[in-house]
Design a protein around this ligand. Structure first.
Ligand SMILES: [Zn+2]
Length: 141
């Protein structure tokens, strides 16, 4: 894809196209990934912003959590709102070792990679790398 000189024009155009259903959510996310810092504005449901504000106002954000930038998450009209990121422990499906998915890593995943807010991490970094290599090797056979 050719990168636009003016990111906000490229993103705003894609957002308008998405609203008119001329492009799919997937295509929109592809554009957003090129400009991860660009806010998606009114594609964030108002009830998500309200829920996040309520959590902050009521002191419901856990210590050490990172408050999410809803404008940078993938556009989703889901009922659920990912208002903040907090360190999560998980057991890797491959090595069986317990790891931490840090708040920073989640922020990167949801706001830069534009991962779905329903993503659950299943593999640690090392196993993920091995898994991807094996998958690639299989495709190249
Ligand atoms: Zn592992």
């Amino acid at each position: 894809m050719k990168l636009h000189r003016n990111p906000s024009r490229a993103v705003n155009k894609a957002i308008e196209q998405f609203k008119r259903q001329e492009i799919t959510r997937k295509e929109l996310i592809k554009v957003l990934k090129h400009y991860p810092d660009h806010p998606i504005g009114d594609l964030v449901p108002e009830y998500h912003r309200e829920e996040q504000q309520k959590l902050i106002a009521n002191g419901k954000i856990p210590n050490g959590a990172i408050i999410a930038n809803l404008d940078k998450q993938e556009p989703n009209g889901s009922y659920d709102c990912k208002a903040y990121y907090v360190d999560e422990t998980f057991r890797c499906v491959d090595c069986g070792i317990e790891h931490t998915w840090t708040a920073e890593q989640q922020q990167h995943w949801f706001e830069v990679v534009k991962g779905s807010i329903y993503t659950q991490i299943t593999r640690c970094r090392d196993c993920d790398r091995t898994h991807k290599k094996e998958k690639q090797a299989q495709q190249n056979k």
